[in-house]
Design a protein around this ligand. Structure first.
Ligand SMILES: [Zn+2]
Length: 286
C-alpha cells in the first residue's frame, strides 16, 4: 500500500462481510455505495479535523443499499478501497503540494511506453512499441529536467503485461500515469479520413490532465486536434492517481510514420506531454 505520511485519509466503515460496492466520483465528493447491507450510522470513523475529508454523511437508499457521501475539501485526486479485518476502508488520496514556479518538482510520474504485447505496425514496418519507447525515454528526460522522478513501466523491448503497468505506478505512489501510444485504424477504415492527436481518460478527475496533455501535444506536434475521449481502457481504470493515454499520432499514415522515425518528432511528442503535465499540476496547485 502507498504509505506517504499524510498523503491520504482513511474513512473506516465497520462491516461484517466484504459487501459488493461501487464508488462514484463527484466534483468534490466520493460516493461509496454498499450493496446487501444497512448503513451503520454509529461507528463510521474519520478525523473531523481532516484536511482531505470535509465530512461523511450516509443514508439507507434502499433496504439493502447504503450510500456514504464522503465530501472533500477539493476535487478527488485518487482513492483505494481496502478491507482490513471487519473494516471497509476508503483511502482518499491528498493532492500533492505544488510549487507553482516548478510544478513537477518532487512529483513521481509513471511513464508507460505502450506495448508489447500487441501493438500496430506502420506501412513501412515501424513497430509501435519501438517508437513509444523512444518517446517515453525522451519524456523521462524532460520530466526529470523539470524536477520529477520518473518510473518507467517498460524500459526494454520485452513485453510487460497490461495489468502490471498500473501496479508498477501504484507501488511507486506515482502522482500521474501517462501511457504513450500511436493510433491505428481498424481494418476496413479509410486511413486518409480523420487522423491527428487524441488523448483518452476514464476516471472523471483525470479529465483536466487529459485536456492539458492534449493541448501540449497539439501545440508541439502540429497535427489535427481530435480532442479528448472518455474510454474504459484497462490502464486508465485504476483509481489511485489521475491517468491518461496519449495517441499523439497515427502510425498508419505514411507521413506520420516517417516523422515518428525522426528524433525531432519523437521529441515534439515528448515535450508536448511534459508541457501538458506541467500545466495540469500548476493548475492543481492554485
Ligand atoms: Zn497502442
Amino acid at each position: 500500500m502507498p504509505a506517504h505520511a499524510g498523503g491520504y485519509s482513511d474513512v473506516r466503515i465497520p462491516v461484517s462481510d466484504i459487501p459488493p460496492y461501487s464508488v462514484d466520483a463527484a466534483p468534490d465528493a466520493l460516493i461509496l455505495t454498499l450493496f446487501g447491507t444497512s448503513a451503520n450510522t454509529d461507528i463510521i470513523n474519520f478525523a473531523s479535523t481532516d484536511s482531505v475529508v470535509r465530512r461523511v454523511t450516509w443514508r439507507q437508499v434502499a433496504s439493502d443499499r447504503a450510500e456514504y457521501r464522503v465530501e472533500l475539501h477539493r476535487a478527488p485526486f485518487g482513492y483505494l478501497v481496502m478491507w482490513e479485518r471487519g473494516v471497509l476502508v476508503l483511502r482518499v488520496r491528498r493532492a500533492p503540494a505544488i510549487d507553482r514556479a516548478r510544478p513537477l518538482r518532487g512529483l513521481v510520474i509513471a511513464v508507460d511506453a505502450g506495448h508489447p504485447p500487441a501493438g500496430s505496425t506502420g506501412p513501412t514496418g515501424l513497430y509501435e512499441a519501438v517508437a513509444t519507447l523512444g518517446i517515453a525515454e525522451r519524456l523521462k528526460t524532460y520530466l526529470e529536467q523539470r524536477g520529477a522522478t520518473v518510473v518507467m513501466t517498460r524500459s526494454a523491448p520485452g513485453a510487460v503485461a497490461l495489468t502490471d503497468r498500473p501496479v508498477i505506478a501504484r507501488r511507486a505512489d506515482a502522482h500521474a500515469f501517462v501511457s504513450i501510444h500511436l493510433n491505428a485504424f481498424p481494418d476496413g477504415v479509410n486511413p486518409f479520413g480523420r487522423h491527428g492527436t487524441g488523448t483518452y481518460y476514464f476516471n472523471v478527475w483525470s479529465e483536466p490532465m487529459a485536456r492539458a496533455v492534449q493541448a501540449g501535444m497539439v501545440r508541439r506536434m502540429g497535427l489535427r486536434d481530435l480532442g479528448i475521449y472518455y474510454d474504459n481502457l484497462a490502464v486508465l481504470r485504476p483509481t489511485w492517481m489521475p491517468s491518461v493515454l496519449c495517441e499523439g499520432a497515427f502510425l498508419m499514415i505514411p507521413e506520420q510514420e516517417a516523422a515518428l522515425r525522426t528524433p525531432d518528432f519523437q521529441d515534439a511528442y515528448a515535450r508536448g506531454v511534459a508541457d501538458g503535465l506541467e500545466v495540469y499540476f500548476r493548475e492543481l496547485g492554485r
